[in-house]
Design a protein around this ligand. Structure first.
Ligand code: ATP
Ligand code: MG
Length: 258
């Protein structure tokens, strides 16, 4: 069966998109799944966080989007994560400018991933925090969106931006795209604000909120500087265990069982 393709996206920055991609990928591998991480962010955080030196990369998602290389020839392997990576580096910012001139530019990633989709159970796409042609490529390639969010005052506004984007993408190119679920990150159950946001989420996104919450955990923040997911860096950390739980929940989630 072909991979489930999930874009991890939120137009708000710093909400744990990359942390979720890297740690969920490693957790799914731990559970016996074959996983590909696609780094669509010119910052290349998912690439470095997977232990891959982005300075050495001459081909990656950038050359794939421009049609210069196939996905298969650009793949790197995360030694500590156990998953493959289609890496990014700063050259990706240039891809956008060049892509604008080209035909079928929103479909590039989707078409390219089709060639490798049978080799994986899950493909996780790390989107940048902006709505650019890169993010659009991610949302067009995906069948689901997973939305990490921090339960703070403006969080729901960020999500409504994403819902508006989702509608447009559905109408224009990818009618089947849906919100798989919202993942609450940097979560503090004792915070009154978090409890209020939880109530609102329950009301506006029923059955779309993962029960697993990801706590604020220093190990999750430290692990990327060692080029590894938290599962390799500190297997017993609270953050590590939370992402393992999220993987279990995803494996049982309607529409993604495989
Ligand atoms: P961007 O929008 O810039 O791509 P992002 O949404 O990908 O950001 P991350 O890079 O995953 O967010 O996280 C932002 C910062 O918060 C990073 O320094 C990361 O290490 C830290 N962080 C993320 N999740 C947690 C957590 N649960 N506990 C502690 N630190 C975290
Ligand atoms: Mg990121």
């Amino acid at each position: 069966m072909s991979a489930h393709i999930i874009a991890v996206a939120n137009q708000k920055g710093g909400v744990g998109k990359t942390t979720t991609v890297v740690n969920l990928a490693a957790s799914l591998v731990h559970k016996g799944k074959r996983v590909l991480v696609v780094d669509l962010d010119p910052q290349g955080n998912a690439t470095t966080g997977s232990g891959i030196n982005k300075g050495n990369i001459s081909q990656g998602v950038y050359t794939v989007l421009l049609g210069e290389t196939e996905v298969a020839e650009c793949l790197q392997h995360s030694k500590h994560g156990g998953y493959d990576v289609l890496p990014a580096n700063r050259a990706l910012a240039g891809a956008e400018v060049e892509l604008v001139q080209e035909l079928a530019r929103e479909m590039r990633l989707k078409n390219a991933l089709a060639a490798v989709a049978d080799n994986y159970d899950y493909i996780l796409i790390d989107c940048p925090p902006t709505l650019t042609l890169l993010t659009i490529n991610g949302l067009v390639a995906a069948e689901h969106i997973m939305v990490p969010m921090v339960c703070e005052y403006y969080a729901l506004e960020g999500i409504s931006d994403l819902v508006a984007t989702l509608r447009k993408i559905r109408q224009a190119v990818n009618p089947k795209l849906d919100i798989l679920g919202i993942v609450r990150t940097l979560y503090d159950a004792r915070s009154l604000l978090a409890q209020q946001v939880d109530e609102q989420l329950e009301k506006y996104f029923p059955r779309k909120v993962f029960a697993t919450t990801i706590p604020r955990n220093i190990r999750l923040a430290e692990a990327p500087s060692h080029g590894m997911p938290a599962l390799a860096y500190d297997p017993k950390a609270r953050g590590t265990l939370a992402y393992l739980d999220l993987a279990d929940e995803l494996l049982a989630w309607p529409g993604t069982r495989s």
